[in-house]
Design a protein around this ligand. Sequence first.
Ligand code: AHR
Length: 307
Amino acid sequence: CGQEDEGFDLGKDVNVPQRLGFSQVGSESGWRLANTRSIKKAAGLREIDLTFENADGDQKKQIAHIESFIEDRVDVIAFSPVVESGWDAVLRRARDAGIPVVLTDRLIDSTDTSLYVCSIGAEFISEGNLAALYLGNTFAKAKKPATVVEILGTKDSTPTRQRSEGFAATAAKEKRLRVVGSEPGDWTKAGGEAAMRKLLRSHPDLDAVFAQNDEMGLGAVSVLEDAGMDPGQKPRIVTVDATKAGLQALVAGKLTYVVECSPEFGDDLMDVVVDLCLGGTVPRRVESEKAVFDKASAEDALPDRTY
Ligand code: AHR
């Protein structure tokens, strides 16, 4: 399979439910829990026979899940890779068994484009761009460049790498931003707290924090408050995801700006599964929705926010 959208038809009997094996990254964040809910709900609505496995952040478990899906002869395998590398061998086995693979949320770094038929998810580079653009505009008229730190997600995962890439590229064009350090926060509140403590020790006079998800941003907020600072104001805090907790903190003035990364692509995934099984054109890439939020737009969005 190349880079083009492709026609598929596994020739499945219409009266037999399509069988999907899905391996999830884990349960590390509100975003992830919402993503799991979206996938299960969408499968239920289409009466797809879903085998759902949770890898608890462990690539070895995900490889074992994929192997058992191959053994069970599911119709389609989908997974959200914990890390980007190390998938070629197991995905070659899936391909050789004639089982199409769909990547969700995250990507793999293989150069072999025949290992999966479609990927569904957000444009993480552009999320990083948007975060830096907001901070660049905020400090455009500042007398001296703003001191900025970054709290990263898990190592070697697509969102960590690409959000950093987008943030660094746009920050480099913004003369008023000086990114002085970064620390991993593992997508969790506790990880965000630990990262913020470390960063604060080396950079006590911070102007802004870019936390790559809401949980880590909320962890940073609690450390900054304990240090007697006024998070949301100084330092400004920008996060990604736009969960209910993130938007509430934005309305409360603890966060300053939030870039949305929608976890609700369960319907897109199930549509691809049905097209693979019963015949249809499958797009090589499906991009999920995004928006940006300040305090006022977060207030508007909160009543309808489901995650
Ligand atoms: O891969 C998406 C990222 O993973 C989300 O932004 C983060 O919250 C999650 O854990």
